[in-house]
Design a protein. Structure first.
Length: 91
């Protein structure tokens, strides 16, 4: 990579790193995304840094989100597996 290009990449990414979302959709303890009235949306699950953080406004330190991601991913997978399968219309 040319030196000029490398400096450009570093300049663009140097100060824009995210460790947690501090936002995103709310979920149930089983990872099911809820609507604005806190009702679960069937078939929609989310875990990890793409959904509202379990730490709320706190910062747990680098790598500390890995444990909750694994735990909530397991719960979400179990809940999704137990959810009834719906037929998709091709009309």
């Amino acid at each position: 990579m040319a030196a000029g290009r490398q400096r450009t990449v570093l300049r663009r990414t140097g100060h824009r790193r995210a460790l947690d979302t501090k936002g995103g959709p709310k979920t149930t303890p089983d990872g099911q995304v809820v609507d604005d009235t806190d009702r679960p949306i069937p078939g929609l699950y989310g875990v990890g840094n793409c959904v509202a953080s379990a730490s709320a406004q706190a910062y747990w330190a680098g790598g500390a989100t890995l444990g909750p991601i694994l735990a909530f991913a397991y719960r979400a997978a179990q809940a999704a597996h137990a959810e009834p399968v719906k037929a998709i219309s091709t009309d």
